[in-house]
Design a protein around this ligand. Structure first.
Ligand SMILES: Cc1cc2nc3c(=O)[nH]c(=O)nc-3n(C[C@H](O)[C@H](O)[C@H](O)COP(=O)(O)O)c2cc1C
Length: 318
């Protein structure tokens, strides 16, 4: 596969990133992806008990990924988390080297992270956000389209339209995310200007993922029309069309306020769905390309298949 500026920036062999996933992206998963030549990313609450100590958990995950991965890895910090600043303090102390920030303003932390020699990638979902991120000197942007699992930009822009517009607007390297599951998606993203890809849903359904088997199975059974966007008033979110998603949509149709949504969602409905497998009472994030995910594989096999398939797709189109 083509070496890109993303490979040079991050010191990785292949420009394939495993997306941050708040309760799921553990050291074991990240290490499997990093050791396969991509970039594994850990998340602060990964594998944590429901009311565990998130700082201790993050420190534990960092220690573990250092034991397991002999290659670069990153940490994802959504800046809208209450404790994002404290997480960043931990990361600065641990000198972990690469951070992926999301859901917030890159003005806040990029400079201080750069002073400690961190590479900073920031997730964006519009041209405006990408330009702001570039003006803050982030090293690369992750352009996430509306196809992605989990939280989305309010403008709900599809990757196919958004990506080339961001490519024209900024000169820093771009990683594409949202609906990419196989080598065809990588080639398409590269054609539109990306120099790397980030996959989330595909890495939920791998052997090293701690996602509950009921959640994995629901993704395996999903087809093209089985995901839906909920919570448009609070924070648009793509999930499987579960009973829980249906209840959220019902709430949306009633004149519920943002506070009503917050109260309904309560604490860690994500953990309930994704770790405990209770899809009636918890959220089951999933990208729009779920229909392409057909089996539970080791993470390294997923990475290997992406690399091998890439050349075949190129040969097919030239
Ligand atoms: C279960 C799950 C949890 C996620 N949590 C986060 C998160 O905490 N922070 C973040 O930046 N992105 C999060 N994402 C988005 C992914 O990092 C990635 O960008 C996205 O899944 C790409 O779209 P795809 O699922 O279609 O591959 C999550 C995705 C999934 C599937």
């Amino acid at each position: 596969m083509k070496k890109t500026r993303i490979c040079d920036l991050l010191g990785i062999e292949y420009p394939i990133l495993q997306g941050g996933m708040l309760w799921l992206a553990t050291a074991e998963l990240a290490a499997a992806v990093s050791n396969a030549g991509g970039l594994g990313i850990i998340s602060p609450l990964a594998g944590m008990e429901r009311y565990g100590d998130s700082i201790e958990n993050l420190q534990f995950q960092i220690g573990k990924v250092r034991d397991l991965a002999k290659k670069p890895f990153a940490i994802n910090i959504p800046l809208d988390l209450e404790r994002s600043g404290v997480f960043i303090d931990v990361i600065l102390k641990e000198k972990t080297g690469i951070i992926v920030t999301a859901a917030g303003d890159p003005h806040h932390y990029t400079e201080v992270l750069h002073k400690e020699s961190f590479k900073v990638l920031h997730v964006v979902s519009s041209v405006k956000q990408a330009k702001i991120a570039e003006s803050c000197n982030v090293d690369a942007v992750i352009v996430e389209g509306v196809e992605a699992a989990g939280h989305l930009g309010f403008d709900e822009l599809p990757l196919f339209s958004l990506l080339p517009q961001v490519t024209d607007a900024v000169s820093i390297p771009i990683v594409a995310a949202g609906g990419i599951v196989d080598s065809r998606g990588i080639v398409a993203a590269f054609a539109l200007g990306a120099e790397g890809v980030q996959l989330g849903s595909r890495f939920v359904v791998v052997e090293e993922s701690i996602a509950n088997l009921r959640y994995k199975q629901a993704i395996l059974e999903a087809n093209d029309t089985d995901t839906v966007i909920t919570c448009r008033k609070l924070l648009p979110t793509r999930s499987l069309k579960t009973e829980f998603a249906r209840r959220l949509l019902e709430l949306e149709e009633s004149a519920a306020s943002a506070d009503d949504f917050r109260n309904f969602l309560g604490y860690s409905r994500v953990r309930t769905g994704q770790l405990e497998g209770d899809l009636e009472n918890g959220e089951a994030y999933c990208g729009a390309s779920a229909g392409l995910i057909k089996e539970i594989l080791p993470a390294a096999t997923v990475v290997q298949n992406l690399i091998e398939g890439y050349q075949k797709v190129i040969e097919k189109i030239i």
